[in-house]
Ligand binder design. Structure first.
Ligand code: ACO
Length: 402
């Protein structure tokens, strides 16, 4: 039997695999995906069961420590997260250095990267205690930072965290309260928000998580690594798809215009793609999309906007695409981002906040994967090989001879 790990270690194997479609870059015990049947497990637990019975902070504990917590451990974990929700007061000044019309993701990349300057007492990756503190700081402060990025972009004062609220409710409060009127958190909307966070918490070695691992493999501090993950997530083929998807649904506008967009998505000479469709790993329904669709129905029912035109376009687009030969043959199903934007829009978020919300939700996955990597004694610096296609060796020519 070939010991593939040994062969790789000796440098005896060379594979060319752009996009890493069939190359594992690490071992991990956190998340399992079976893309053919549309299954997603966190530490062995199906995402559908977690979505129904659990909540975001419990899933955070599960991802970080491998087991569901006892009531006592959960309460302690929640208290610790709560203790870290405020950000250093000087960070307010840091925000003010950005243009107000900057995209909140641009602000977040900068502010999260700068956390290593504000919290340098938790940047020693060789100290397990500092790694633990950094993880709590990131999970607790990302919603505060995302809410501040939002408030800054709309010209409103920052709202401090309110620790009597749960994680999702507190995020809604920090985004929507104003000094003149405190936002009253609706439990149905808070539950929908919590579910969006839970469904985005981890997804094994996607582009942004792999970016976090690659950055961390050099020994970079956790704040720098998460900032790198946020930068990668921003792209429309990844986390930026939720913003792009809702903008596309609005652009389509009415169901009678759907065929035109389906035709464009199939046209090889047109770069247009149906946003919120397709996935590198899922060649079946994304299980998160199913849960998200139920949540969208609940939220729109509650808000009395059940005949929301965007939702109607989404439902009809899904129906047509699932029967279309092109999408069927290429196994292009709606992904998690297809319905999340409709919920976030109904809650009151502008499209520019969709990807920051994905980022704050994925932070626990990134930091769990980073901790797993740092604790692995076989971990090496990530250093992909290349297939060189440039010029053969040649001699330098003086400028007058060229
Ligand atoms: N609309 C139309 N055609 C598509 C779509 C789409 N959304 N997605 C893939 N295809 C087609 C491609 O044109 C390609 O066709 P070809 O074989 O004739 O060349 C084929 O399906 C395979 O597509 P690839 O881009 O090779 O697949 P890959 O696994 O590299 O990409 C990705 C996956 C990036 C998600 C892609 O499906 C896509 O761009 N989707 C739209 C953006 C999106 O929703 N991203 C969110 C991903 S989930 C997440 O990050 C949470």
């Amino acid at each position: 039997v070939l010991d593939i790990r040994k062969l790789y270690a000796q440098g005896d194997v060379f594979t060319y695999d752009p996009g890493f479609t069939s190359t594992a870059a690490c071992e991990s015990a956190i998340t399992y995906i079976d893309g053919d049947v549309g299954e997603l497990l966190h530490r062995g637990y199906p995402i559908e069961q977690l979505a129904e019975h659990s909540h975001f902070l419990e899933v955070c504990y599960l991802l970080l420590y491998g087991e569901l917590p006892s009531a006592e451990k959960l309460a302690h974990f929640e208290r610790t997260v709560t203790r870290h929700t405020m950000v250093h007061e000087q960070m307010h000044n840091f925000f003010r250095g950005f243009r107000r019309d900057a995209h909140p993701m641009a602000t977040m990349v900068g502010v999260v990267g700068a956390m290593s300057a504000f919290y340098h007492d938790s940047t020693d990756i060789n100290d397990p205690w500092q790694r633990e503190v950094a993880a709590f700081r990131l999970i607790a402060k990302l919603p505060t930072i995302a809410a501040m990025a939002y408030k800054y972009s709309v010209g409103q004062p920052f709202v401090y965290p309110k620790n009597s609220l749960d994680y999702a409710g507190n995020f809604l409060h920090m985004c929507f309260s104003v000094p003149a009127e405190e936002y009253v958190v609706n439990p149905v909307l808070a539950k929908a928000m919590d579910r969006i966070m839970m469904l985005h918490a981890d997804h094994e070695q996607n582009a942004s998580t792999s970016t976090v691992r690659l950055a961390g493999s050099s020994g970079a501090n956790p704040f720098a690594c998460i900032a790198a993950g946020i930068a990668c997530l921003w792209g429309p083929a990844h986390g930026g798809a939720n913003q792009a998807c809702l903008e596309m649904l609005r652009e389509i506008g009415t169901v009678d215009r759907i065929p035109e967009y389906i035709r464009r998505a199939k046209d090889k000479d047109d770069s247009f793609r149906l946003m919120g469709f397709g996935h590198r790993v899922y060649k079946n329904f994304d299980p998160r999309a199913k849960v998200m669709k139920e949540s969208a129905d609940e939220v729109l029912e509650l808000l009395g906007v059940h005949n929301n035109p965007t939702l109607q376009v989404a439902k009809e687009l899904e129906r047509i695409a699932l029967e279309d030969e092109y999408f069927v043959s290429k196994k292009l199903y709606p992904n998690v981002d297809f319905y999340s934007g409709i919920i976030l829009d109904a809650i009151g978020f502008p499209t520019a906040m969709f990807t920051p919300i994905f980022a704050l939700s994925r932070t626990v996955g990134w930091i769990s994967q980073w901790k797993e990597m740092i604790a692995d004694p076989t971990q090496k610096i990530g250093r992909p090989r290349q297939l060189y296609t440039g010029a053969a060796k040649r001699d330098y020519l003086a400028v007058e001879k060229r």
